[in-house]
Design a protein around this ligand. Structure first.
Ligand SMILES: Cc1cc2nc3c(=O)[nH]c(=O)nc-3n(C[C@H](O)[C@H](O)[C@H](O)COP(=O)(O)OP(=O)(O)OC[C@H]3O[C@@H](n4cnc5c(N)ncnc54)[C@H](O)[C@@H]3O)c2cc1C
Length: 815
């Protein structure tokens, strides 16, 4: 066994093996994988081996596509048989909503280059004659779905990695991890120690326990999962002979079932409602290549449906029942990437669909480790999407919720109930008294909209316009015509101070730092010139700055800042989290309201647009910024949590004579769309450049910043894509607005083609127009171009707009 190496990958399941392989592909060959038992001994060996390309996140779908395409390559290179079957797959819808969802998935597939087809129930039956089509209304067929041998694939990765120089130590158990002062690691195994620069936790079923070796509580939990395999069935043999090929796979939403051919019989698995976590506190190291006791009663409700939907299953003899554990993160997507604040420590775990996702996870992590950037948009898998709030208890309730909803639709306006409320701010009860309908993000409750008095504060879930629509319209009207009050605590807030702060941040930010007392908007780029952050920068001293950014990206962004802090610097980088909470007042009468609460002059001459100062409001000391995301005259007011309730009461009292109304996040999204304001994770992501995103006012070329050379080069050649602003004509009979991820069609010389995708959309209540933002090739972004946006299977005309539909000159904000 080596005693020195560059990387130790802990865990030889399909994920660890993929990471090892991709590291060697990226040119790091002095790498080692340590496995306590045999390769694939964790959850991999008993997996059903199914693989699919569809995922709720299009970027994750792309990586799933990559994974499936990779298998033939590693099979050929390693000589290891992987038993790859690609009979295609059906997703079976039993009602209109599920069919709508499939139509949306098909539409998304268009710009991902996926060849998906919506077919009737009768056509689905022709492809999969074992189903009873009376239970279905239609299906989606994906030709790139199939199954393979999980152990074969794991070994194929391992053989390819070994061929490139990697070493694999089986029956070697990592028992402890110790970091040296220089950031390198001692990996303590039962066979000796390995000193290494990087560690990768690919511990699968034991990833949480490996994390605990260094004091981390990763949000990952094992769940029991069952599938059964029938005896060979004459019906299957007959159909194979008749069709000339294997039966396709099928996902059946109503029964929470997946079913496919296995040899001459059928394999059927289910995500049952009465799901059971495996080892919820600590996974036992004594667990070997074992299975758990089957519990058919638990999956009986799904089996009953299966017997109706696939009558042959009711009489088939069962050959095997597999019950094995595998791991989930609270949202069901993997945890990948570097751990904030711990040098050279990487994770690739909670991969619940290792055969669909393992290749993409390995590729992204290897890119990240070898180049400093995943080179792909993997936000949906980034371990940084959870903060310390994702405790063992939180993870448990969310994973159980996620498991039992695996085949359920989550509607775009749906807020899942488990694990809530977790974080609330002091005004939570006040806003609840005002009938707030709550949403949650990054563990924090935030008001979505305010139901009318006397009515239930709940929102109907739908792909179309919800019952909240007219109420949100009233909230928007209040802001545009009078004055609105909302909570804005759900931003990430940081304070950066100490000698060298200004110089350091200036080297990261594309815009010039504002003068003391002022706010500037800025982007932050990676060396390739892609957007890794977008912030409001409020400067309160020469070397004292507040940053406001996306709350969901709090760990992601703070990890970037901490990684880029100059060595041995005295700069303090503080994540303020809920130690600073906010309220925001917006609308033409916002100044009158605020002025009545303070002796500080708020006249534009004294407190112009984009000012940021300490102000006393009543008895409350606050930081007040003159800007809001509504694009109207407005203020964001930041206070310590102990003052937030008093501030709320003060503003509410002061606002009532001016016709103040509360407004929530839904109204804010409508208002920002009519101002053409982009947002992080939607318009601004690491796959776009600031020139593509039209962030011209965020860029100043009077200083050097990370990514500057790439931006200069892009200015020379021109951006490839452009962010376009579209007015969409919804279906007049059943209006539905754009949500995000819909394809954009364009009529060119060769007729209509999908040329891009929508990043966000909303109905702009004040301007009475349905709007979308999205990316298309730059040369197509011209006013006369003919566009359409596909909304729930319908292509709707869309017109390119060249300026914001509300107050394009920004006079209201500056008034
Ligand atoms: C019944 C069932 C059916 C499934 N069906 C499918 C399917 O159809 N399609 C699909 O994509 N996925 C399926 N899965 C999920 C799939 O099995 C997992 O996504 C995949 O196995 C995860 O792989 P992994 O490498 O992350 O973890 P694991 O396979 O658990 O590998 C982790 C490895 O790390 C080793 N290890 C841990 N700690 C240490 C240590 N301290 N020292 C040394 N070694 C250590 C373990 O021994 C283990 O071998 C199924 C799972 C189950 C249970």
């Amino acid at each position: 066994m080596k005693s020195e190496t560059q990387v130790v990958v802990i865990g030889g399941g399909v994920v660890g093996a993929s990471v090892l392989y991709h590291l060697t592909e990226a040119g790091w060959t002095d790498v080692v994988l340590v496995e306590r038992k045999e390769l694939s001994a964790g959850s991999t060996w008993h997996s059903a081996g199914g693989m699919h390309t569809l995922n709720g996140d299009p970027n994750v779908s792309k990586l799933q596509q990559y994974t499936i395409e990779l298998y033939r390559t590693i099979e050929a290179r390693s000589g290891q048989a992987c038993s790859i079957h690609l009979p295609g797959g059906l997703m079976l819808a039993d009602d209109r909503e599920r069919l709508d969802w499939l139509r949306m998935a098909q539409a998304r597939g268009r710009y991902l280059g996926m060849d998906l087809e919506i077919i009737s129930a009768a056509e689905a039956k022709a492809m999969f004659p074992l189903l009873d089509d009376q239970y279905f209304v239609g299906a989606l067929f994906d030709p790139v779905e199939g199954h393979l041998d999980p152990s074969g694939v794991t070994n194929a990765y391992a053989i390819c990695a070994r061929q490139a120089g990697a070493e694999i130590y089986r029956h070697t158990w990592v028992q402890d991890l110790r970091q040296r002062a220089d950031g390198t690691w001692d990996v303590i195994t039962d066979k000796g120690e390995i000193h290494t620069e990087h560690i990768v936790n690919a511990g699968g079923l034991w990833a949480r326990e490996v994390g605990r070796m260094i004091g981390l509580e990763l949000p990952v939990l094992g769940m029991e999962h069952m599938y059964l395999v029938t005896e060979d069935l004459p019906e299957v043999a007959e159909l194979n002979a008749q069709l000339g090929h294997e039966l396709p796979m099928a996902l059946d939403f109503a029964g929470e079932i997946y079913i496919r051919q296995e040899g001459g019989g059928m394999l059927l698995g289910t995500y049952e409602q009465a799901c059971v976590p495996w080892s919820p506190q600590t996974a036992p190291w004594s667990f070997d290549m074992e299975l758990l006791a089957p519990d058919l009663d638990r999956i009986a409700p799904s089996l009953e449906i299966a017997f109706k939907h696939y009558p042959v299953m009711a009489t088939a003899g069962i050959k095997t029942i597999v019950n094995g554990p595998f791991t989930f993160a609270p949202d069901g997507n993997p945890l990948v990437g570097p751990i904030r604040g711990v040098r050279n420590c990487w994770v690739a775990c909670a991969v619940m669909a290792g055969l669909s996702q393992g290749g993409g996870v390995g590729l992204a992590l290897a890119n990240w480790m070898t180049t400093g950037d995943p080179q792909l948009d993997i936000w949906g898998m980034d371990v940084a999407r959870f903060g310390d709030w994702a405790t063992l208890g939180y993870t448990n309730v969310k994973v159980r919720e996620n498991y039992s909803r695996r085949f359920r639709i989550t509607f775009p306006n749906e807020e899942l109930a488990a694990g809530r409320p977790l974080h609330t701010t002091p005004v939570y009860d006040r806003l609840t008294e005002h009938n707030a309908v709550w949403g949650a993000g990054f563990g924090l409750e935030h008001p979505l909209w305010f139901q009318r008095p006397g009515e239930e504060p709940v929102e109907e879930v739908t792909f179309r316009r919800p019952d909240a629509f007219p109420v949100v319209a009233e909230e928007c009207r209040a802001v545009r015509e009078r004055v609105g009050l909302t909570e804005c605590s759900n931003f990430a807030k940081y304070r950066v101070r100490g000698p060298g702060t200004a110089e350091w941040l200036q080297g990261l930010f594309t815009n010039r730092l504002p003068k003391v007392g002022r706010i500037a908007l800025t982007a932050m780029l990676n060396p390739e010139g892609r957007i890794v952050g977008e912030f409001s920068v409020a400067r309160v001293g020469d070397d004292d700055v507040f940053l406001f950014g996306s709350q969901a990206a709090e760990v992601h962004h703070s990890r970037w800042f901490l990684d880029h802090r100059p060595p041995d610097s005295a700069i303090s980088f503080e994540v303020l989290a809920l130690s600073l909470v906010g309220l925001s007042v917006a609308g033409p009468r916002a100044r009158d309201v605020l002025q009545s609460a303070t002796t500080t002059s708020l006249a534009t001459a004294d407190f112009p647009f984009m000012s940021f100062r300490r102000v006393e409001l009543g008895m409350v000391p606050a930081w007040v910024g003159r800007m809001t995301y509504t694009g109207d005259l407005g203020y964001e007011i930041w206070v310590a949590p102990e003052h937030q309730r008093a501030l709320f009461d003060l503003l509410w009292q002061a606002g009532r004579p001016h016709g103040m109304s509360l407004f929530g996040f839904r109204a804010l999204m409508s208002l920002r769309m009519e101002k053409r304001f982009g947002t992080w994770f939607r318009e601004y992501r690491p796959i776009y450049t600031p020139l593509e995103a039209g962030m011209d006012r965020y860029l100043r070329f009077d200083h050097d910043f990370v990514g500057r050379a790439a931006v200069d080069a892009e200015r020379e050649r021109g951006p490839e894509r452009a962010l376009v602003y579209l007015a969409v004509d919804p279906d007049p009979d059943e209006p539905a607005d754009v949500i995000g991820d819909e394809p954009i069609w364009h009529r060119g010389d060769d007729g209509w083609q999908v040329v891009g995708w929508v990043t966000s959309g909303a109905y702009a209540h004040h301007s009475a127009v349905s709007l979308a933002l999205g990316y298309v090739p730059a040369d197509l972004a011209v006013a006369e171009a003919a566009f359409e946006v596909e909304i729930i299977g319908q292509r709707r005309p869309a017109r390119l707009l060249t300026e914001a539909v509300f107050d394009p000159a920004g006079e209201r904000m500056r008034a």
